[in-house]
Design a protein around this ligand. Structure first.
Ligand SMILES: Cc1cc2nc3c(=O)[nH]c(=O)nc-3n(C[C@H](O)[C@H](O)[C@H](O)COP(=O)(O)OP(=O)(O)OC[C@H]3O[C@@H](n4cnc5c(N)ncnc54)[C@H](O)[C@@H]3O)c2cc1C
Ligand code: SF4
Length: 502
């Protein structure tokens, strides 16, 4: 392994690498773990199937972003009692390249449940609070100024305050945010601090880390209870047929391929059993709503996701969001029928926000099949009702802020014209298939625990049955989190990295 950044442009022949630790996947978990390992003196090779990126490479171009930065070209989805798009990132930085930079610490009661109900004694408040402080400092986390929040966030705050709801501007890992509203395409100003520019940059600065982009790892070779090497091929963004072999030897291996990539790798290589691995997928099911205002909102301008309303006690959060006009159209044209063109024509008068549910009785599964990955998720009745309650609450917030019409994410519902119509337009028996669902927070498919019969990794992230194979990503969460997961994923990366080093 040669320290520094490497990519397809510099690969002239087969790659044969060696380091103390090999990390597969350079997302939130993998990059934080790389920093934790390098600072303790270990050499690390990081392998990532996507490319290295600079802020100047990013642009407001859906085709470009989906092709280069998204798993499955942006078309990844879940089957089940509804079809749910489930985007995920690809590239050095993983999903943090395309996320909205929202930062929440793992709630105390979730950490307590992971300790007390799942036996994860490593999830101690004191240790994790130190990790959260470190993440705050490393990623420059803070609330962005009013000047970049703009109308889409301000109007939601106005409605929430009128109703006396508990809300706040969210802390974000984007200290230099300019409010261009295209976080999901990569941040072109560099104002967002994704993990490649923070944790991984610090790891690289030690001189002990080599980051090999454009390497897809497929296979693990084992001897006894040890992994001896992993192997795969190089990936070329423009010429997929041009592949070179990659083989990596290490003393310790860390999977950080995310909650879809990590279980698929284990299952494809027979490293874990499908009675536990890939099960318990939770995703924070989400639905968006729009509302029309008499005044201009210009929802595409401002912090992508700036303000939230805390409905934690009822199992959900409301969060503002924006996407680019072509993304509004892509969603609306298939789902809102005739109202679509009207909404698009008046998009500058619209505001948008979503409800994010803390999965309680929903569950999904990641399966490796000869035909490829099979990703499923079944929305439970309680979670379905939470989503509907959240849609109603979002509509109330908008009417309280002066909206003249609401457009919640229910298929076949053209509009809600007045506040008094909300409950009738959104009855509690709407079926999952009628809800316009979205899921960008997969978690839990390699859950941590103390019993190999019900978990995939032990409380230190070690895969049951293997002496030198660990996981550090959002797949190890024992349950759904209820808040946006990047910070808790990074904290897991730090914890598992330190555990390997010690
Ligand atoms: C559109 C979007 C918006 C989001 N917004 C927020 C937000 O505002 N706040 C928040 O807290 N969370 C947000 N999230 C979620 C958050 O980004 C993720 O929970 C977090 O990044 C998960 O980290 P991870 O390490 O598990 O996986 P990832 O960050 O997804 O990284 C996994 C990496 O592994 C690579 N990989 C997988 N398999 C292989 C293989 N076999 N070989 C080589 N490489 C491989 C992938 O290409 C990817 O780069 C968002 C997610 C999305 C998709
Ligand atoms: S909204 Fe802010 S963080 Fe997001 S892409 Fe634009 S400048 Fe970057």
């Amino acid at each position: 392994m040669i320290p520094g950044k490497h990519s397809i442009q510099s690969y002239n022949g087969p790659l044969r690498l060696r380091a103390d630790v090999a990390i597969v996947g350079a997302g939130a978990g993998g990059c934080a773990a790389a920093a934790a390992l390098a600072e303790r003196g270990l050499t690390v090779v990081v392998l990532e199937e996507g490319s290295h990126w600079n802020p100047a490479d990013f642009k407001a171009d859906t085709g470009f972003a989906f092709r280069h930065l998204y798993q499955g070209g942006g078309a990844r989805s879940l089957r089940g009692n509804a079809v749910i798009p489930m985007p995920g990132g690809k590239g050095v930085g993983g999903s943090t390249l395309i996320n909205s930079a929202i930062c929440f610490r793992c709630p105390d009661e979730v950490m307590r449940s992971w300790r007390e109900d799942h036996g994860c004694h490593t999830i101690q408040d004191a240790t994790f609070n130190e990790y959260f402080d470190r993440i705050w400092e490393t990623l420059g986390v803070g609330v962005n100024p009013m000047s970049v929040q703009r109308n889409n966030n301000l109007i939601f705050r106005e409605g929430a305050e009128a109703l006396g709801l508990k809300g706040a501007f969210m802390a974000r890992s984007a200290p230099g945010c300019q409010g261009c509203g295209i976080c999901q395409y990569g941040c072109p100003s560099g104002g967002k601090y994704s993990v490649d520019r923070t944790f991984l940059a610090r790891a690289l600065a030690t001189g002990r880390v080599g980051v090999y982009a454009n390497c897809r790892i497929r296979k693990a070779d084992t001897q006894g209870d040890r992994v001896v090497s992993v192997s795969g091929v190089t990936t070329h963004p423009d010429y997929p047929e041009r592949q070179l072999p990659v083989i990596v030897e290490a003393d310790q291996f860390l999977l950080s391929g995310g909650p879809i990539g990590s279980p698929l790798f284990l299952l494809a290589n027979g490293l874990a059993d499908n009675t536990t691995c890939g099960r318990h997928l939770v995703v924070h099911p989400t639905i968006g709503s729009l509302a029309r205002f008499p005044q201009e909102i210009r929802p595409w301008s401002g912090v992508t996701q700036g303000y939230y309303v805390d409905m934690w006690d009822q199992g959900y959060l409301l969060q503002t969001y924006t996407v680019t006009p072509d993304q509004y159209f892509l969603v609306l044209q298939t789902r809102m029928g005739e109202a679509t063109m009207e909404v698009m024509k008046d998009l500058k008068y619209m505001a948008s926000a979503g409800v994010l549910v803390h999965d309680e009785d929903s569950e999904g599964r990641v399966q490796h099949t000869p035909a490829g990955p099979d990703l499923s998720y079944f929305l439970g009745d309680l979670d379905r009702q939470r989503l509907i309650a959240g849609l109603r609450q979002t509509a109330r917030v908008y009417f309280a802020a002066g909206a003249t019409e609401g457009f919640p994410g229910r298929l076949g519902l053209a509009r809600i014209e007045r506040e008094s119509d909300i409950d009738a337009a959104l009855p509690m028996d709407i079926s999952p298939a009628e809800l316009m669902l979205y899921a960008s927070h997969p978690m839990g498919t390699c859950r941590m625990g103390v019993d190999p019969a019900t978990s995939v990794v032990d409380p230190h992230g070690k895969v049951w049955g293997w002496a030198n194979l660990r996981i550090a990503d959002a797949s190890v969460f024992p349950t759904s989190l209820g808040v946006n997961p990047q910070v808790t994923t990074m904290a897991m990366g730090l914890m598992v990295g330190h555990s390997i080093a010690s």
